[in-house]
Design a protein. Structure first.
Length: 68
């Protein structure tokens, strides 16, 4: 399992992402098929994509803090 697959699995299990398309667009900031393609090809994400995940999680965290 690649690092990006581990991240996806963790987010999915914690109900933070709904599916591959949501993960690709909202977290990776890529096309809807991006995660499916890299998963099929057994590739891992580059640093830019990993930074996008961090930014998306920070945004979610900030939103949740404002709600509480």
């Amino acid at each position: 399992m690649t690092f990006i697959e581990k991240i996806y699995t963790e987010l999915k299990e914690n109900n933070i992402t709904n599916n591959n398309v949501d993960f690709s667009t909202r977290f990776l900031n890529r096309s809807p098929q991006y995660y499916s393609v890299i998963k099929t090809r057994k590739l891992d994400a580059n640093n830019e994509v990993l930074v996008n995940i961090i930014k998306a999680l920070e945004k979610i965290n900030k939103t949740r803090k404002n709600i509480i």
